[in-house]
Design a protein around this ligand. Structure first.
Ligand SMILES: CC(=O)N[C@H]1[C@@H](OP(=O)(O)OP(=O)(O)OC[C@H]2O[C@@H](n3ccc(=O)[nH]c3=O)[C@H](O)[C@@H]2O)O[C@H](CO)[C@H](O)[C@@H]1O
Ligand SMILES: [Mn+2]
Length: 267
């Protein structure tokens, strides 16, 4: 499938000409931010993430890295082999894993107001446990872009793991839903990312006030948002693979490996 039912492209290897897209990009010299949280022990993953991004993420583009961390000194001590600019954004140490992943929406919203609206045209938000293995180029750029979860792109709607409890703001009724999007790779223009993170954060706050926590944290809220605010471009699972998937025939190129950690996740 290379087009959604609302006619947004689904980006697979072979569906685009990188040279044409790059010429178009260079005429506009868009500024791209790559934001990654590295809070607590996830700082251990940062060097591999950033050095792979340096090699593969929009090569030839104007990219700046934004690292959100509770421990700036540990990030500075990493001896990173990167040439593109990096800014460290100080964030609180959250009480647990769930608050940390949910907090990302609030941090992005706040930093968009303060910083990103001045510094960037596009912002991409990725997990730290991603290692890029192949080029991820300007083909990913769009107004508002989501990535298909590699575990569910062939699943019927009834099997998509949306939040199904009506009490949550992330609730999606049984007879609705297009795709299941992954929470760890989304991007868009700065104004669209602002709207997205503001809406998700407000819904997270409402859930908190109502004593409910959505099934897959901020990913459930992102899926709700994308249902009623359709992405203008969708990334195929090439962009968010992991080894546990094996080698599905339709994934010709694994652009990343996601999820390997040298420590146990404390959820
Ligand atoms: C299989 C599974 O359960 N997947 C869920 C899990 O993905 P993951 O298992 O990929 O979550 P994860 O442990 O990678 O955490 C998400 C990201 O938050 C950041 N981080 C998290 C904790 C911390 O102490 N410090 C820190 O920096 C870091 O960038 C990390 O990569 O979580 C996501 C939330 O985004 C979604 O809910 C996914 O569906
Ligand atoms: Mn992850």
């Amino acid at each position: 499938m290379i087009l959604t039912p609302w006619l947004a492209p689904i980006v697979w290897e072979g569906t685009f000409n990188h040279d044409i897209l790059m010429e178009e990009y260079q005429r506009n010299s868009y500024r791209i931010g790559l934001l990654v949280p590295a809070i607590g022990k996830y700082i251990q993953l940062l060097k591999k993430f950033l050095e792979s991004a340096e090699r593969y993420f929009v090569k030839g583009g104007m990219v700046k890295y934004y690292v959100c961390t509770d421990r700036p000194d540990e990030v500075k001590a990493l001896n990173l082999d990167i040439k593109r600019p990096m800014k460290i954004i100080k964030v609180p140490e959250y009480s647990d894993w769930h608050q940390t992943v949910m907090g990302r929406m609030e941090v992005i919203k706040n930093q968009t107001e303060l910083l990103f609206h001045k510094e960037l045209d596009y912002l991409a938000c990725l997990d730290t446990d991603i290692v890029m293995l192949n080029p991820i180029g300007v083909e990913i750029l769009g107004e508002m872009v989501g990535a298909l979860h590699p575990g569910y792109y062939h699943s019927p709607r009834k099997d998509l793991p949306y939040e199904r409890r009506p009490i949550s703001q992330a609730f999606i009724p049984e007879d609705e839903g297009d795709f299941y999007y992954q929470g760890n790779f989304f991007l868009g223009t700065v104004p669209r990312i602002y709207q997205l993170t503001k809406a998700c954060n407000e819904n997270i706050m409402k859930d908190r006030a109502n004593g409910i926590h959505a099934r897959f944290d901020e990913e459930s809220h992102l899926n709700k948002y994308f249902l009623y605010n359709k992405p203008t471009k969708v990334l195929s699972p090439e962009y968010i693979c992991n080894d546990s998937l094996g080698s599905p025939k339709d994934i010709k190129i694994k652009r990343v490996n996601h999820g390997d950690k040298p420590f146990k996740k404390d959820t």
